[in-house]
Design a protein around this ligand. Structure first.
Ligand SMILES: NC(=O)c1ccc[n+]([C@@H]2O[C@H](COP(=O)([O-])OP(=O)(O)OC[C@H]3O[C@@H](n4cnc5c(N)ncnc54)[C@H](OP(=O)(O)O)[C@@H]3O)[C@@H](O)[C@H]2O)c1
Length: 181
């Protein structure tokens, strides 16, 4: 949402509050070899995946790393954005900024739709948030991709597949924690 649409009466959501998200969802497109990108872009842009991405994320706050924010290059409509950066000087109009994972999740939880926080990557952020994730929404592509940036291992002793929607050359797969948390 552009900054001029933010409710000025609401407390400054960039201040960490008491909020805890109910769900922390990692949303990613992952190649068969675990690659998610080359550092500047993701390997594929698939129309069906973009449609699913929009359906999953609209109405919920997004958490992303500063590199992924730069790669997207704009705010996504209908969703507030929390950008993670270690740079205390960094800011961008219309986005919230956090400097560690817990702060990002608290800020996001306090935003509209914050009962489910959508984490959009990239590699550093998926790895950092994985221990706090409650659900994984992965687009698993059958083919390998070139690139250095990878999704963290989905350990079957921690994660169980709860749904799979097979399409041509990829599948939409949902994982939840084995222990139900
Ligand atoms: N396939 C997919 O679904 C998907 C999704 C998203 C992104 N990608 C791809 O992933 C690649 C980008 O991933 P990446 O790993 O290079 O970068 P990233 O995770 O998007 O962002 C890394 C940046 O986040 C900040 N950061 C990292 N850990 C932090 C922490 N614990 N606390 C606060 N800030 C933290 C740092 O920003 P500062 O340097 O500003 O301090 C760091 O440089 C691109 O190729 C992109 O296209 C793929």
């Amino acid at each position: 949402m552009p900054s001029d649409e933010l409710d000025p009466a609401r407390p400054d959501a960039t201040e960490p509050g008491e909020n805890e998200p109910g769900e922390v969802v990692l949303v990613a497109m992952v190649a068969a070899n675990g690659v998610i990108g080359d550092g500047t872009d993701q390997p594929w842009h698939l129309r069906e995946d973009l449609r699913r991405f929009k359906r999953l994320t609209t109405g919920h706050p997004l958490v992303m790393g500063r590199a992924t924010y730069d790669a997207i290059g704009r705010l996504l409509p209908g969703r507030e954005t929390v950008v993670l950066t270690l740079d205390r000087e960094w800011s961008t109009e219309g986005a919230h900024v956090a400097h560690d994972v817990e702060e990002a999740l608290r800020v996001a939880a306090g935003l509209p739709g914050g009962e489910s926080v959508m984490v959009l990557g990239g590699g550093q952020i998926y790895a950092a948030v994985m221990p706090r994730a409650t659900r994984l929404e992965l687009t698993e592509v059958d083919a390998p991709a070139e690139g250095e940036v990878r999704f963290p291992e989905v350990d079957p002793s921690t994660w169980t597949e709860v749904s799979r929607d097979d399409r041509a050359a990829f599948a939409f797969v949902t994982y939840r924690r084995v222990d139900g948390t």
